[in-house]
Design a protein around this ligand. Structure first.
Ligand SMILES: CC(C)(COP(=O)(O)OP(=O)(O)OC[C@H]1O[C@@H](n2cnc3c(N)ncnc32)[C@H](O)[C@@H]1OP(=O)(O)O)[C@@H](O)C(=O)NCCC(=O)NCCS
Length: 178
């Protein structure tokens, strides 16, 4: 694939059934789990640190993924770690943060270095999550800066997995067109 680029001799590695739309570009040390989908115009740079994306997660159109380098004061730097069944909405910016499993990052969100998002969280569209915040499992966060809005409803908790499953089906249709 032409859109998988090497940085210092390291090229992204892909699990089974991964879909990467041809206008997306991925550099360096990036690991994609099985059935991950990467949609048009996504830019992901695993250059000064690593990016990993867990099985069945989807990164929607125009999203930007990057990391922060290691330094004496921060020996691990800030890698970007995305869990399983995560839906990242259109034009999100994820930088050096750690997302658990079954999360919806709304369209246009900014999630900054050192943020930890626990499992089963929705971050409302357009929210900004400042550095080093921890978002608690099972809750909705909205706004700039993002604040806890309320616990998720049962229907929303169920939807988180439905959303990633829908994207697995969708990318399978796109793979069928290739
Ligand atoms: C967050 C979201 C799920 C909330 O849905 P909802 O059921 O309407 O939420 P609620 O009505 O309980 O809203 C709680 C409060 O947050 C506010 N709110 C909702 N979404 C917000 C957002 N994105 N940014 C700021 N405030 C928001 C509501 O106005 C409400 O405020 P109030 O209590 O002062 O009236 C929805 O607005 C959203 O952002 N979805 C993301 C969709 C998306 O980006 N999908 C990815 C692409 S497929």
């Amino acid at each position: 694939m032409k859109n998988l680029k090497s940085y210092k001799g390291i090229t992204p590695t892909l699990g089974k059934g991964v879909y990467i739309e041809e206008s997306a570009v991925l550099y360096g040390e990036i690991t994609l789990g099985d059935d991950v989908s990467i949609w048009p115009l996504v830019a992901a740079r695993g250059d000064v640190n690593t990016i990993s994306i867990g099985a069945r997660s989807n990164i929607q159109d125009g999203s930007v993924l990057h990391v922060t380098r290691r330094s004496p004061s921060n020996p691990n730097g800030y890698p970007l770690i995305i869990g399983e069944d995560v839906t990242v909405g259109h034009k999100a910016m994820l930088h050096g943060c750690q997302l658990g499993n079954r999360i919806l990052v709304g369209m246009g969100c900014v999630v900054m270095d050192g943020v930890v998002v626990e499992d089963d969280v929705i971050i409302g569209a357009g929210s900004v999550v400042p550095p080093n915040k921890r978002l608690e499992a099972g809750h909705l966060y909205v706004g700039n800066p993002a604040k806890l809005a309320r616990p998720l409803k049962e229907s929303e908790l169920t939807f988180l997995k439905v959303s990633s499953d829908n994207y697995v089906k969708l990318k399978n249709e796109y793979l069928g067109e290739l």
